[in-house]
Design a protein around this ligand. Structure first.
Ligand SMILES: Nc1ncnc2c1ncn2[C@@H]1O[C@H](COP(=O)(O)OP(=O)(O)O)[C@@H](O)[C@H]1O
Ligand SMILES: [Mg+2]
Length: 308
């Protein structure tokens, strides 16, 4: 039996919709998340990310396939899996008629933590996530970003062995996002394991050890963000603002994209020197930068969509 925090094989989910054709949201997803890892699920809207997280967190039953949390079959024994997990659902809302301080404390108590631990973790979460100025106001009076911070703070405070976070930083300002990242890093350093979805590719890159790209209910790519960049032909991007007329000379270096006068080449670091020499010989100005995860994502998903 697997003792991975999360393990799934050929997981499928088809939603029945009254009077409409069924929707195949997951078409056989296999993945695993190792102890202490932070893994990101990426994919376009409707790819199946939330469906996967809802099944993994026992809120929804799969149509077929297997999924286990710390070795416990999630659909057969949800009650065994539940103590291990804590979830920030997509568009989750805090209890409107509780203030954040009470909400966090009550949630920790409900999970069976002692008064003392709940109290100290609540204060720690308020401090850490910058909730102090609104910690005693009813959640209904808070802004969207403040509510989201409250939700995330509550779940982080559980220090559960396995956390699922569905678009946790949506609507947050850049400072709050960084607090969340730091808190999630601390949690995994203490031994928790995290699976999150995000539409911010900088977030996935900054935060995750590995990522899975899901498209139409299937995993199309998995690996580190560097793996993903390599799969599009390199981790560096060279821009030649006047290079379009020389497109043929640069083709052998990797993927080239001409746009107006300018030329962009995706290249492996080993070939950078050679490329730069050629640029100098042709009297072209060149700037070198990293390929972003966003660029790699757009290329990989775009390519897969074209293949269909
Ligand atoms: N309750 C439901 N009934 C029918 N279809 C659903 C339901 N929930 C999600 N879907 C469909 O399943 C697919 C996957 O949705 P979802 O898992 O929410 O994707 P994501 O989180 O990646 O945006 C979409 O086509 C969506 O419309
Ligand atoms: Mg979703």
């Amino acid at each position: 039996m697997s003792v991975e925090p999360l393990w799934s094989e050929n997981l499928r989910k088809t939603y029945a919709v009254k009077g409409m054709p069924p929707v195949e949201a997951l078409a056989g997803v296999s993945m695993n998340v190792h102890p202490g890892e932070r893994v990101a699920l990426l994919g376009r809207n409707g790819a199946g990310k939330t469906t996967f997280l809802r099944i993994a967190s026992t809120l929804l039953r799969p149509t077929s396939g297997q999924i286990r949390v710390f070795g416990h079959d999630v659909s057969e024994h949800p009650e065994r899996a539940r103590p291990y997990i804590a979830v920030v659902p997509q568009e989750g809302k805090p209890f409107f008629h509780l203030p954040p301080r009470e909400m966090i404390y009550t949630y920790l108590r409900a999970r069976g933590l002692s008064r003392e631990t709940s109290q100290s973790r609540t204060e720690e979460a308020i401090e850490r996530m910058g909730l102090a100025e609104f910690a005693d106001r009813l959640c209904i009076t808070l802004s969207g970003g403040q509510r989201q911070r409250t939700m995330v703070a509550t779940v982080i405070a559980t220090q559960a062995p396995l956390l699922f976070l569905d678009e946790p930083t949506i609507g947050m300002d850049p400072f709050a996002r960084r607090e969340v990242w730091a808190s999630l890093r601390d949690l995994t350093a203490k031994g928790s394991t995290i699976l999150l979805t995000t539409h911010y590719l900088d977030e996935a890159e900054a935060l995750s050890h590995r990522l899975y790209i899901v498209e139409r209910g299937q995993v199309i790519v998995s690996g580190t963000s560097d793996d993903l960049k390599r799969s599009v032909g390199g981790t560096l991007k060279v821009s030649l603002p006047q290079g379009a007329s020389e497109v043929e000379s640069f083709r052998s270096f990797g993927e080239v994209v001409a746009d107006g006068e300018s030329l962009t080449i995706i290249v492996h670091p080993e070939r950078l020197g050679e490329l730069m020499e050629l640029a100098v010989r042709r009297r072209l100005t060149a700037t070198v930068g990293p390929v972003t995860l966003e660029e790699a994502f757009l290329r990989v998903v775009g390519r897969k969509i074209d293949e269909d």
